[in-house]
Design a binder for this molecule. Sequence first.
Ligand code: NDP
Ligand code: MG
Ligand code: MG
Length: 333
Amino acid sequence: MVKVYYDQDINSEVLQGKKVTIVGYGSQGHAHAQNLRDSGYEVVIGLREGKSAERAKEDGFEVKAVAEAVKDADVTMVLLPDENQPQVYVESIKENMKPNSALAFAHGFNIHFSQVVPREDVDVFLVAPKGPGHLVRRTYEEEAGVPALFGVYQDVTGKAADIAKAYAAGVGAARAGVLETSFQEETETDLFGEQAVLCGGVTSLVKSGFETLTEAGYQPEVAYFECLHELKLIVDLMYEGGLENMRYSISDTAQWGDFVSGPRVVNDETKARMKEVLTDIQDGTFAKGWILENQANRPQFNAINAAEYKHPITQVGKDLRALMPFVGESVNK
Ligand code: NDP
Ligand code: MG
Ligand code: MG
């Protein structure tokens, strides 16, 4: 089995006393910054003026313009949206980094697809938490953690892997497990996971189930509870103990239905489509489409987003959640 690193396996000395600059203070940024600070590191935030900068100041951080913030940093972690990283890198980061310092990412996209070409005199590594930023922070506060991958693209100091592992431990990931990867593997598996399973796969499955029930005349509220709300309870059981724990908890009738009907819905045809999705990721087709979509100011992204917002599942969900105060939004944007 692959080596999984935990706190006791990681020597954090390489990062002690070093200055860490976090560029961006969004989902991942606020979590890395606050967790590293609580782990004893000196953290500065690099940002433009705006909402995030205000929030970072309120949270007690020193906030500087990106170009200033990276100047004396030993580690510069870039936590901007992937599509903004190339421009900010060229304009504010590239020429301002110290030689032999480290340029770090939480996702390999821009390095792997050559949108950011790093200087040759810096370490380049990634620490990619396998979970949303708000959970990276919340679990840290609960003395738990979200697992992370680390990988090294460029090692000029000979210490890049050790710094990456220490950084991962600093954000709390080594409580859950830290695995070594490459930029290529992290990028391709992360894109595949979010497209085919975690985000794209699940939203399409939920919507198709909801539509099938409502088109057959069942009440939308019942369909919402059945196909969306209850999903969390099922996923929690899988998270805690795998598919077998979920199947142990559900009724035997549900388990029989799982066995005979699951493979009729997600079948060989679906898997063939998954392979196409993976091929598009591997050969750069997906990356090219997303980069061009951004250069065109996202016409298709915005159109689909607006149409999705009008889907009946959105409206019925809003009404039902308003009646369940304990459900509340966990992401404060
Ligand atoms: P967010 O969109 O949540 O945050 C982006 C931050 O960047 C905001 O603070 C924003 O500030 C700032 N920003 C945007 N544009 C600029 C700019 N031109 N100059 C300066 N600051 C800017 O990003 P995420 O946390 O989602 O993503 C960050 C990275 O982490 C990405 O590489 C992503 O792939 C990776 N990642 C994300 C995960 C997640 O949970 N979301 C999971 C694992 C990896 P402002 O308020 O001013 O707009
Ligand atoms: Mg991911
Ligand atoms: Mg991702």
